[in-house]
Ligand binder design. Structure first.
Ligand code: SF4
Ligand code: SF4
Length: 177
């Protein structure tokens, strides 16, 4: 159970999120729990969807932004489709991820993936033995050869979009999943 002094709550947090989402605001939530009961990853998260919404409403900003729940979501949108009050939870999660990243909270898997893309242009390492295996299998299946991406262009995009900031060696606040 989270224990916190009232002075440590961020009472503006719910409005910060709400003004970005308009009519599908979390302010309409009645805590019915329908989002959590149908969530496809509910058993794997440290905070179920209705509890994330409640925490946002209560101003538990730090707890929400450092939770793994906001990163484990598969963005299947089922919660949004089922919510009786029209709360767009999956969109709220995307907002929460953006806010978490701004605070330097990002799961190691995400920053590792960016590093891999930056180094070889692919989400998975396409070098050495892995490259030989992939090429052989593709050849067997009659698939065309993989074109090596232009790393200069990829790293330009990584830099310009600010993604590069996420893979700095001194980023110590990676979220452990
Ligand atoms: S389904 Fe909608 S109203 Fe119900 S708890 Fe989830 S967000 Fe709130
Ligand atoms: S969008 Fe995320 S939170 Fe919503 S039901 Fe799917 S996995 Fe669960």
């Amino acid at each position: 159970m989270i224990k916190k002094n009232a002075k440590d709550l961020d009472n503006n947090f719910r409005f910060e999120i709400s003004k970005k989402i308009g009519a599908k605001s979390l302010l309409n939530c009645i805590q019915c729990g329908v989002c959590s009961s149908g969530c496809t990853v509910t058993e794997y998260v440290d905070m179920q969807p209705h509890r994330v919404v409640a925490s946002c409403l209560l101003g538990l900003k730090d707890e929400v932004l450092s939770s793994q729940a906001i990163w484990t979501c598969s963005l299947c949108h089922r919660c949004t489709e089922r919510c009786p009050k029209g709360v767009d939870y999956s969109f709220i999660l995307a907002l929460l991820r953006n806010l978490a990243v701004k605070e330097g909270n990002i799961p190691k898997e995400y920053s590792d993936t960016i590093r891999t893309i930056s180094k070889n242009g692919f989400v998975i390492p396409y070098t050495g033995g892995m490259k030989i295996t992939i090429d052989r299998r593709r050849d067997k299946m009659g698939l065309p050869k993989i074109i090596t991406p232009n790393l200069d262009e990829i790293n330009f995009i990584i830099k310009e979009t600010g993604l590069g900031d996420l893979i700095k060696e001194d980023n110590k606040k990676e979220v452990k999943k």
